[in-house]
Design a protein around this ligand. Structure first.
Ligand code: PLP
Length: 405
């Protein structure tokens, strides 16, 4: 998990003790303790709390947010987000893989940790040892988990129309059989919406049908004498579009981080959310290009007139999409947009600062976030690189340093 600092300034970054200045043997000091100030994320705990409170307020009493911490909390740092949510009183979390769950447990996160995705049944001792709750992805998988000699905590996933994971809502006998397994401790049952981003007639009808089949199943199970502790349906979009469902949890991912998947949806539903993350990188140097000089791999950019170029110490290995190359994206320097010039490289990116005479070595460029009243949102980055915010955020690289504000 990414190393987290508590102060943002370069001063704080450089004040950290070097290995020979601490009593800890150098071999035991993690390299990540020594940030380089090259490229980093700033995480606003205040905005995270704001989003959690805003989402929680949309839900009926009795329904609690279940923060989704998969993919290192969509790039924000799973441990830091989990700790903040724990402070707000949240006691149930989702991850995508057992390994993500183990990392949180080892770092001291308590309460329920639900693994939303597949885990090989041979890893049952790990699930059991770390008290993770595993999603039962279908009937055979449930039987395989039940082969383990100890009771495993599980949530049953029900396919109500997405046709990805889950037992079908009409597999009542199989679901009852799993509920009778001694070694499955069924703590919850859930389904996932696939078109809850829209309330247009066709999509709305589809989602209502999903809700109806889930409700129908709960009813049938209750008639068969089974009551399941925790029921959950919504993820971020569902919290906005179907807030009144009476569930126990709502699995909040992208909205918790301050946006929805696209710019348009964020405007439509999430106008009150606040982005939690900013992405910044240092200017390694500036240089000029004479008319006719080319720059970067493939010499694919040639200056028509004299220009100034800044070299940023961030690249696609840090999660900056390569599809922003050749001016499709820009960064902020001194509150102004500096277009990306040529192709984004693995560790570095060239930007045009001809119109920003103040731009200089060691300056801080903002790739996502605000700078002197200007802003580049993750939504805009997603639009410019033809993807969704979830992908932009979750691919932010582990090489980035994290600064908690
Ligand atoms: C990722 C995921 C979520 C969270 O989705 P968001 O749209 O980011 O809120 C919820 N449920 C499941 C099953 C998921 O895989």
């Amino acid at each position: 998990m990414a190393q987290v600092l508590t102060k943002s300034s370069l001063e704080q970054l450089t004040k950290l003790p070097l290995p020979w200045q601490t009593s800890t043997p150098a071999s035991l000091v993690a390299l990540e303790r020594f940030p380089t100030g090259r490229a980093w994320l700033e995480i606003s705990r205040q905005n995270l709390r704001h989003n959690a409170q805003l989402l929680q307020a949309l839900l009926p009493a009795g329904c609690r947010l279940m923060p989704v911490l998969k993919a290192d909390a969509y790039g924000h740092g799973a441990l830091a987000v989990a700790q903040e949510m724990q402070q707000l009183g949240y006691r149930a979390f989702c991850v995508a893989s057992a390994k993500e769950g183990v990392e949180l447990r080892q770092a001291g996160i308590e309460g329920e940790i639900l693994v939303l995705g597949y885990t090989h049944p041979e890893l049952a001792p790990l699930l059991w040892g770390y008290q993770l709750s595993q999603t039962v992805v279908d009937f055979d998988y449930g039987l395989a988990l039940a082969q383990f000699g100890q009771p495993l905590k599980v949530h049953l996933k029900i396919d109500t129309g997405m046709h990805r994971l889950g037992l079908c809502a009409d597999q009542l006998p199989q679901i009852c059989e799993l509920l009778r397994c001694q070694n499955l401790q069924v703590e919850g049952m859930f389904s996932h919406f696939c078109v809850s981003e829209s309330l247009e007639a066709a999509q709305n009808a589809y989602t209502l049908q999903q809700i109806e089949s889930f409700r129908g199943l709960v009813e049938q199970l209750s008639q068969a004498g089974h009551s399941i502790p925790k029921l959950h349906l919504q993820s971020s979009y569902g919290i906005f579009t179907y807030p009144q469902l009476h569930c126990d949890y709502a699995r909040a991912g992208i909205a918790l981080y301050g946006m929805l998947s696209t710019e348009a949806d964020t405007l439509q539903w999430g106008g009150q959310l606040r982005p939690v993350l900013s992405l910044k990188a240092r200017v390694a140097l500036t240089r000029s290009l004479q008319p006719g000089e080319s720059a970067g791999y493939g010499l694919s950019f040639t200056a028509a007139e004299q220009m100034r170029v800044a070299v940023l110490s961030i690249g696609y290995a840090d999660g900056l999409p390569r599809s922003l190359s050749h001016g499709r994206g820009s960064v902020l320097l001194h509150g102004r947009h500096a277009p990306i010039l040529g192709p984004v490289c693995m560790d570095q990116t060239l930007v045009d600062v001809s119109h920003i005479p103040e731009a200089a070595q060691h300056d801080i460029a903002v790739l996502i976030g605000q700078d002197q009243g200007a802003e580049i949102s993750a939504c805009q980055l997603a639009t410019a690189s033809d993807t969704i915010t979830n992908e932009i955020l979750s691919r932010l690289g582990r090489r980035l340093e994290h600064v908690l504000l």
